[in-house]
Design a protein around this ligand. Structure first.
Ligand SMILES: Cc1cc2nc3c(=O)[nH]c(=O)nc-3n(C[C@H](O)[C@H](O)[C@H](O)COP(=O)(O)OP(=O)(O)OC[C@H]3O[C@@H](n4cnc5c(N)ncnc54)[C@H](O)[C@@H]3O)c2cc1C
Length: 240
């Protein structure tokens, strides 16, 4: 709803949105050229904000974020008794572990329960069952409720777990990526910083651009297994 509402607001202010137009190449000329399969656009400024989904479009960014999959399930609407058994207050919760669970009630009193950081970047085949058993560990009373919905998506994990805002090769192509699973609020701050930069006030953009954005160690081949081993270690610490 947030995304759709913001898209509508942007269109009302004159923005044009072209869906199903994957960018497949960028020329870093003074006026950058962005190419899709069916066309191209020449722009004064380009902002890359594909987060975990850009693949190797820009190798410099690909090296600096690791896509990780997270899954959410939504139960059937819960009865008053079930709600009282699991959520004393109607708040959003996440725990403090490295691979954390997060949950809240929807307006129609379903429990939305998310988690499962998976560094293969793929959704596990039995994701619903894995999530149900995670939910049952926290809320045993909900072990047998019906699961009505399940969805998954990729988060872009950066080494420092901080969003990375910068510029590609002194060009007019700016980027923001690496929200590390916590992007709903920071995307709005980053949007403002990038809008200021495009508008000629680059003070805050320059501060962010100066931060060194670390590449993931291990290169393309080893970074995923290295991260998986690291996560196993932290999951073990979480468990003891
Ligand atoms: C299951 C799940 C639960 C989450 N829960 C929370 C939460 O509770 N709180 C929180 O703060 N954050 C949460 N996050 C993270 C949050 O969703 C992201 O940080 C946020 O969506 C990032 O916004 P974005 O606009 O940068 O990227 P996205 O929302 O991923 O949008 C990127 C867009 O770029 C497009 N794109 C990519 N490459 C190209 C290309 N080559 N050409 C054209 N278009 C392209 C994609 O199609 C997509 O539409 C969650 C993420 C997941 C997956």
């Amino acid at each position: 709803n947030l995304c759709i509402g913001e898209a509508r607001a942007a269109e009302q202010m004159g923005a044009q949105i072209f869906e199903q137009s994957r960018v497949i190449d960028i020329q870093y000329t003074d006026r950058p050229v962005v190419k899709t399969e069916k066309g191209q656009i020449t722009a004064d400024k380009v902002i890359l904000c594909g987060n975990a989904y850009m693949g190797d479009l820009v190798p410099r960014l690909d090296d600096r974020v690791l896509p990780s999959t997270s899954v959410i399930i939504a139960t059937e609407p819960l009865s008053k008794e079930q709600v009282a058994q699991c959520m004393v207050k109607d708040v959003a919760v996440c725990d403090s572990r490295t691979a954390l669970d997060y949950y809240r009630l929807s307006a129609d009193k379903r429990l939305l329960f998310g988690g499962l950081s998976n560094y293969t970047g793929l959704e596990p085949a039995n994701a619903e069952e894995v999530m149900r058993s995670k939910m049952a560990k926290v809320f045993p009373a909900l072990r047998n409720v019906r699961i009505d919905y399940k969805w998954a998506g990729n988060m872009a994990i950066s080494v420092r777990r901080m969003p990375q805002i910068g510029r590609i090769k002194n060009s007019n192509v700016l980027y923001v990526t690496g929200y590390s699973g916590h992007g709903v609020a920071p995307t709005h701050m980053a949007g403002r910083i990038l809008a200021e930069a495009v508008d000629g006030d680059s003070y805050r953009f320059d501060l962010m651009n100066k931060m060194f954005h670390l590449p993931w160690p291990g290169g393309k081949l080893l970074r995923r297994p290295a991260m998986a081993v690291g996560m196993m270690w932290y999951k073990m610490l979480d468990a003891i």
